[in-house]
Design a binder for this molecule. Structure first.
Ligand code: PLP
Ligand code: ZN
Length: 407
């Protein structure tokens, strides 16, 4: 039994029964799952969570599913104290949430596990998505595990390594000649014709909830407290909003002290509509045409952009963007200080944390959590210029020669 009670419109408050639906019929704003928090408060506590599995499903009570979960072993990823990186950029209490270590190498396994479980519950036999790459891999993998069909759509410009990482699970894979925003528009038309569960369209309210586990886990791993500062990447902005929702719920239910976390959005300068709005002091996120190597987060018209923007403002956080050059430097810095090989999105986050520390927006002593949400190896060509081996003959002399050891 879940505590999910209804879907509610984030703008006008209209409520709907729990069903496959994502926008309000009256004002077209996004719907979100609401819970019976009173009932939850009576049974949910730290000990109960601690007795759960070492996966995101230890937070089952906070999720909107009724049936047995479809789970590849997602979540409860390491929260690493990043002393080396912190020293480089001037932060004494920097932590990295290493979500590269999920079954399909990105945080997307969290929302997808919830969405596919819900799709099963609603009786869909096909799951689908509009994706920049990572989501499609996760949907295809979960479909394989669940014995369901998958049909996934990605922009034709997706990195070759990502395509292999999707195709290996044998979904119906369509590469669309257009940007991610075109893919999304296409899928919004298809959802009206086909009885498919599009995880990030008609199942979006449930999908969104899976990302809350990024917030719960960090709070638990810190010994049941909220960070002072969070830096997280934003594409559609959805994950960012759910990290905050998780901290808010934990405060409300008394599992942590009231959260006073400053939430910072990280984007690539070539696709930074949320950062632009923040910096302009505007309430409106104006679409852009993305152009960045951080393709996973190259979304020009972010569905949840205005909500992410509002959270960054209301929490006294902020927003920052970095150039592709800084993204590459960030990827290398993370690998070379903490041993974590993230994809370009990780470079975005590291670059933005560095900027925020340098500007004083994040203070040296702030307990800061940087979310690293996708792994590097599927797109390793991005940093191919690091390969500069010293070529030697198979002799000790040859090795010592290149090392400059005097004979
Ligand atoms: C690795 C990675 N990080 C972050 C995001 C951002 O997710 P959201 O669309 O919820 O903002 C994505 C989205 O595709 C992603 O692939
Ligand atoms: Zn509404």
């Amino acid at each position: 039994m879940s505590y999910a009670r209804a879907l509610r419109c984030r703008k006008c408050g209209q409520e709907y029964p729990v069903q496959p639906m994502s926008v309000c019929e009256f004002c077209l704003s996004p719907l979100e799952v609401v819970y019976d928090y009173k009932a939850m408060a009576k049974t949910v506590n730290r000990d109960k969570v601690a007795k759960g599995p070492l996966s995101m499903w230890r937070y089952r009570d906070f999720l909107p599913t009724e049936v047995k979960e479809i789970d590849l072993g997602t979540g409860f990823t390491p929260l690493v104290k990043a002393d080396n990186l912190g020293r480089e950029i001037g932060l004494d209490r920097l932590y990295i949430k290493n979500d590269c270590l999920n079954p399909t190498y990105s945080f997307k396994d969290r929302p997808v596990s919830v969405a596919v479980t819900k799709a099963r519950e609603f009786g869909f036999d096909t799951i689908a998505c509009a994706s920049t790459g990572n989501l499609a891999a996760s949907v295809a993998a979960h479909a394989a595990k669940a014995n369901m069909k998958a049909c996934v759509f990605v922009p034709a410009s997706v990195e070759p390594g990502k395509l292999i990482g999707i195709a290996v699970y044998n979904p119906v894979l369509m590469t669309v000649e257009g940007s991610y925003d075109d893919v999304n528009r296409l899928c919004a038309l298809l959802v009206q014709r086909y009885h498919w569960g599009f995880v990030n369209i008609n199942l979006r309210p449930y999908y969104a909830e899976g990302s809350k586990t990024l917030g719960y886990e960090v709070a638990e791993q810190l010994g049941w407290r909220a960070p002072d500062c969070v830096v997280a990447p934003a594409a559609s902005g959805l994950m960012f909003t759910r990290i905050w929702k998780a901290l808010d719920e934990l405060s409300m239910l008394g599992l942590i002290e009231p959260a006073n976390t400053h939430m910072f959005v990280a984007q690539a300068a070539g696709s930074s509509p949320i950062v632009n709005a923040f910096e302009a002091g505007s309430l409106h996120v104006l679409p852009v045409v993305p152009d960045t190597i951080a393709k996973s987060i190259a979304i020009g018209n972010p569905t949840d952009g205005q909500y992410a923007l509002r959270i960054a403002r209301q929490t006294g956080g902020g927003a920052g963007a970095v150039t592709d050059e800084e993204v590459l430097a960030g990827m290398k810095l993370l690998a070379q200080t903490e041993g974590i090989f993230a994809e370009a999105v990780g470079g975005v986050v590291v670059g933005v944390v560095k900027k925020l520390a340098a500007s004083g927006a994040i203070k040296r002593n702030d307990l800061t959590v940087a979310y690293i949400t996708g792994a590097g190896p599927r797109t390793q060509d991005t940093v191919a210029d690091v390969v500069r081996p010293l070529v030697v003959r198979p002799t000790v002399e040859s090795v010592e020669e290149v090392l400059g050891v005097p004979a």
